[in-house]
Design a protein around this ligand. Sequence first.
Ligand code: SF4
Length: 703
Amino acid sequence: MQNTEIKTTCSYCGVGCGIIVTKDSQNGVSIRGDQDHPVNRGMLCSKGRNLHYVVNDTSDRILHPEMRWSKNQPLEQVSWDDALDRAAAVFSSIIKKYGPDSVGFYISGQCLTEEYYLVNKLVKGFLKTNNIDTNSRLCMSSAVVGYKKTFGEDSVPIAYEDIELADTFLITGANPAWCHPILYRRLEQHKEKNPKVKVIVIDPRRTDTAAAADLHLQIIPGSDVILYHAIAKKIIEKGYVDHDFVRNNTENFNAYKDLILSTSLEKASKLCGISIADINLTADLIGKAKGFITLWAMGLNQSVVGVDKNTALLNISLLTGHVGKPGSGPFSLTGQPNAMGGREVGGMASLLAAHKELANPEHRQEVADFWGVDTISEKPGLTATEMFEALESGKMKAVWIICTNPLVSLPDSRKVENALKKAKFVVVQDISHNADTAKFADLLLPAAGWLEKEGTMTNSERRISYLPKGINPPGEALPDIEILIRFAKKMNFNGFNFNTAEEIYAEHCALTKNTNIDISFLNYSRLKNEGTFQWPVPDYGHPGTPRLFTDKKFYTPSQKAIFNLPSSIENKSVQPNDKFPFILTTGRVRDQWHTMTKTGKVARLMTHTPTPTLEINPIDAFKNNIQDGDIVEVNSENGNVRVKAKITDAIREKVVFLPMHWGKKLENDLNRTNNLTNTLIDPISKEPDFKFTSVSVKKYKKP
Ligand code: SF4
């Protein structure tokens, strides 16, 4: 038999690179970048290039449903019918006894849009609770709120093609050289061809992105809002404001201007650790830009003031009129391959499908009518961290976890472990036994992985791609939609008579009709035959929309963008003190993805950073008698970690860094970074404060 080729999309980060998979007669696959794909033009990063290892290695896959009859018994293989009968019986009895809010679903930005849509319909429409949230809560919910407050809707305005049109970039709270490598490569290539292009990076660490920048502002963690205010003040004072844009297209400028002009540059400089000269230089670079793009990710979003950081940054784009024109605009980077698709279908506790609002009674009724149910509960659902707190306190009794590993990825891991132990019933629907969370499952359901099912995803620039099924899943693993449909039928719910992913996609698209994300005319046929499209696509022949707001009409009632004022200029994280004098910031390493359940299987990806290390500045290391490679113990109010020290002047004094990927190993959990992280969340976006935990660091002495 001849090899066959399949065009699809990478399942790791939100860049959304096109991949060509070659399948041999034994179902083995190999991978190369798609030269014709508008995102990556043939390029792939180390993770994408090695994706086939994960597909070909099925050694750790869950092959059959497994169930334990009571908490003390081991998991044993059962049939799909027995597994889903039990799930339906337990969920029904818990809901009957304790009410619908006693159960919840915790899902993933790696789910395909059809899966995301279906599980939201199931939970919000039929289980009658809004307790459905996603691990995307951990990475971009602050950006969602920031866009809504500024533009009236969750709307990323620009496209990757704007990168090649811009001359000035402000990258803040992101390390795209490692975490969005192909997007960064496009920026690098653009700068190589156009030496006048300027890149400013704001980061407490001299990352690879910062090292290559024209200007690196090595900020004290948490002080972003006042830094943006200080930059805005210099922009105003130096006459760089786009007054026409501000006058005609924005609201609340005067209040913003008053706040900004009252900002003390000396105070800002002290709080941020950035010199006034560098603040001046940044304002000049932005002020003189013809095309100005801001790029940001977790460094802004994962904060107790994440929404304030987002709106303060968006204000700079408004101030300088860099919105809705080629080569200009704000651009939040999504970490996961389908975080954006999840947003489209309302895949969070606070949202409804098609960007409709859970808090809006008319929207709730529209969606309820569309789904053929009486009502949707008006009570906001529990968000990611709230859900596990509710399990720990006993308010929630059962959780269904799909395609994510909260035991490693949520803050304060030991609290999550307690929650999973206390839950009456835990369902884990995933591809492998590799995720630490799976050990706590009362019911383990084998799901099909990437390439083993069909569906769609949306990348960071609103680009929707179709992903075909290329190979069969191993054992009895099923596509997630099939598992959910079977469960819904066991619960006797109407509205789940779908035979294909295409039918679910069509229902989702129909709900977007006449909304700002209208894709009601974008069907599977167009995606298969014509390639990828950026939403909205509001007509049959419509080519998609690379750039929003070109008409300067925003989605607010006045159609003007809004300057938002922060609730405070101060960082509200728990500050360092005598007991915990360092600020811990967490993040990613180049070749790992999330909690390593996939990338951790690939030997060549393990060579880049084989073990987690604590980055510490040489002065702090000297003061604490720590040598490079020493084992150090890191403690916070919540827990401890024991890892090797890596002494580097790439990190600020009094700040330390740990990668978040490593989970519990067989012998202990002392390399799990989230043992340390605090449980504070942004009050609006409910995104955790991963980038700021006060810790102590000392050399570990064996007892
Ligand atoms: Fe995959 Fe992201 Fe790498 Fe592209 S940049 S190959 S989408 S991990």
